[in-house]
Write a protein that binds this ligand. Structure first.
Ligand SMILES: *Cc1c(COP(=O)(O)O)cnc(C)c1O
Length: 382
């Protein structure tokens, strides 16, 4: 393996690091294509590639033949353009009227998120120049989109307006529950079938839907995948373990202190954990300042030298403590040892997220800039 990106020297001294395995990312693309049939992958790389680093992730995905990228905001799209990414970029979030000229300038596809935004885009296009748009249909999530009955008129008006190319129509699922997903899909399909001349590009599935209900993507042009590319899903149903997708990120820090505590001693702020017997406590350089949720206080566990140890006491900004047990660990666990917070050698990101009462996406997105991302994998940047 070659290191694809070397972090600045100061970061070599960081106790904590997020290892990003670009080979696993590329493996996941190949697995997911097996689920997607003829639909092409649109990689959702918003929130800095779910915290993995959008630009190195996009370059690795391009090397695997991925040609469509999605972000949440114009600002994220511009960041990719400035890094030299030339493939189509879709902004999935709702546009703000004052950003439309940036869509034109950076060739970003616009989401028509409401009738009102449709009108704004129509009014702006004659001024700003050509805009490519995808119409978002709200089939049940009630977050963004036109109701199905609002689509025909807005579609006709967009088509009649100069400078607008209506390329796509799509919807988004709010659950992996089969019944509700099929209801949402039924509304979408009924709408598309009712249109005389529907937009040529369609996309409906996200990671959870593709893995658990792959038939929903048959006959669509694209699948919008974020989490699964990184080996994660928000809602895992039975069978997830058999999908073959692999974690891309491993979060590792180091033991910075080890001491014995006595029965009755309390550990960390607020004295929420009390030693019941003599035991050894390791202090790990990782806390909410790195993006670990404080809700991991007295929850979850970490991997050190192949064994798991529970987090005890409150998670602090820069440190957390784990209980190594009553045996003097000095010949097995030492100052400076690696501590796996999630990934191979510890809990999976999804298991740690369960312990924290959240989803793995929030863990990887939440890592702060104090955590250097270290990339491994076949050198891909061409
Ligand atoms: C983020 C996002 C996706 C990708 O979702 P995953 O569950 O990470 O695959 C798909 N569609 C939309 C609209 C999104 O915002």
């Amino acid at each position: 393996m070659t290191i694809a990106t070397i972090p600045p020297p100061s970061l070599h001294f960081s106790p904590i690091r997020a290892e990003v395995d670009l080979d696993a990312l590329r493996h996941n693309v190949r697995v997911l294509r097996g689920y997607a049939g003829d639909a092409e992958v649109m990689a959702a790389v918003k929130a800095d590639g779910y915290g993995h680093g959008a630009v190195p992730v996009v370059k690795a995905l391009e090397a695997e033949g991925v040609r469509h990228f999605a972000v949440a905001t114009v600002h994220e799209g511009i960041e990719l353009r400035e890094a030299g990414i030339e493939h189509p970029i879709y902004v999935l979030g709702a546009p703000l009227p004052d950003t439309l000229s940036a869509y034109v300038h950076h060739r970003l596809a616009v989401t028509i998120s409401s009738v009102e935004i449709g009108d704004t885009v129509i009014a702006a296009a004659s001024r700003t120049g050509p805009l490519t748009v995808h119409i978002k249909v709200d089939t049940g999530m009630r977050r963004l989109g036109l109701l199905p009955e609002e689509v025909p008129e807005t579609l006709a008006r967009l088509r009649a307006a100069p400078g607008i190319s209506v390329e796509g129509i799509w919807t988004h699922f709010g659950t992996v529950d089969r019944t509700f997903t099929l209801e949402q899909l039924g509304r979408f399909d009924a709408l598309v079938e009712s249109l005389d001349n529907p937009p040529p590009v369609t996309h409906v599935a996200n990671s959870g839907t593709l893995l658990h209900l792959p038939e929903t993507s048959r006959g669509r042009t694209l699948v919008r995948l974020g989490g699964a590319l990184f080996g994660l899903v928000a809602d895992r149903l039975p069978g997830f373990e058999d999908t073959g997708i692999r974690p891309v990120m491993r979060l590792v820090s180091r033991v910075v202190h080890i001491r014995a505590v006595q029965p009755g001693d309390t550990v960390s702020y607020g004295r929420t954990w009390t030693a019941e017997r003599e035991t050894w406590i390791a202090t790990v350089a990782a806390g909410y300042g790195d993006g670990l949720p404080r809700s991991l206080s007295n929850r979850g566990s970490v991997g050190i030298r192949g064994a798991m140890y529970p987090i005890v006491g409150r998670v602090c900004m820069d440190m957390l403590m784990v209980d190594l047990g009553p045996r003097n660990p000095s010949d097995s666990i030492r100052l400076g040892d690696d501590v796996v917070l999630f990934g191979p050698g510890g809990l999976s990101a999804m298991e740690l997220a369960d312990a924290a009462g959240t989803i793995a996406y929030e863990l990887t997105c939440g890592l702060t800039k104090r955590v250097p991302r270290l990339y491994s994998g076949v050198e891909t940047a061409g």
